[in-house]
Design a binder for this molecule. Structure first.
Ligand code: BEZ
Length: 236
């Protein structure tokens, strides 16, 4: 029973990221303490030497600088051993060409989690999908070590990396500018001002020429793309 509870335990948005120490392809890491002051994306994949995972690793490695420039570090995990990880990453670099990407070196850490210690802590094992392979989980952890977004995909579905980057920038924009972001938001689109907490504020907003209110509870304002990106990309 205890084991089953552990398999099913799942951190939630707003929780401190569960702590762990792990061996990785870049040496030992302590999470989240080694990453305080930076954003981190901790993501799991089902297994080394599998095609969907290979396409994802190549894409993430290809985009790593873009994520690093937004003060974000990447950390991968699968329930495989260190030597399997090393052999797989060497194969990717030496042999695999995919969608114009080749000679791709994965320089972010890949955690060995053969005992599933980390995978169980983070709810990455979802037994009705697979009891020995991690699903494709993505945890966005903020510079204070708090989980801010969680996305899960099944084994058969490769992640959308544009969306992962969009989420990272939207989270940082919400923090920096005290706003929320509407459906499909991208930098340069209008942002949402939180609901008015008093009749006075509601009235003021309806009358403010810089604020566009569809109704008193649904108000947006302009936020320039360059202002957003300057703030986020210069924070590093
Ligand atoms: C893959 O990465 O290709 C994969 C891994 C596990 C199950 C299905 C696909």
């Amino acid at each position: 029973m205890e084991n089953q509870d552990q398999v099913m335990s799942m951190p939630r948005i707003g929780d401190p990221a569960p702590e762990f120490r792990a061996v990785t392809t870049q040496g030992e890491i302590n999470f989240p303490s080694d990453y305080i002051g930076k954003w981190a994306i901790l993501f799991s994949h089902p297994a080394d030497f599998t095609p969907v995972c290979t396409s994802e690793f190549m894409t993430f490695a290809h985009l790593e600088k873009q994520f690093n420039d937004a003060n974000c570090e990447l950390i991968g995990l699968s329930i495989d051993g260190l030597y399997s990880h090393i052999a797989w990453l060497r194969t990717i670099k030496e042999k695999i060409e995919y969608k114009g990407m080749k000679d791709i070196e994965v320089t972010f850490p890949l955690i060995e989690d053969i005992k599933m210690d980390v995978a169980k802590k983070y709810g990455m094992i979802q037994p009705n999908e697979d009891s020995t392979k991690a699903v494709r989980a993505v945890f966005f952890v903020d510079p204070r070590g708090i989980i801010r977004t969680i996305i899960y995909y099944p084994l058969s579905l490769g992640r959308n990396f544009d969306e992962l980057y969009r989420v990272l920038i939207a989270l940082q924009t919400a923090d920096e500018f005290g706003i929320a972001t509407p459906a499909d938001w991208r930098p340069g689109d209008d942002v949402i001002i939180g609901p008015a907490g008093s009749c006075g504020t509601a009235k003021e907003r309806m009358e403010d020429g810089d604020i566009d209110c569809k109704d008193w509870f649904f108000c947006t304002k302009k936020l320039d793309k360059d202002i957003v990106l300057d703030k986020i990309l210069k924070k590093k």
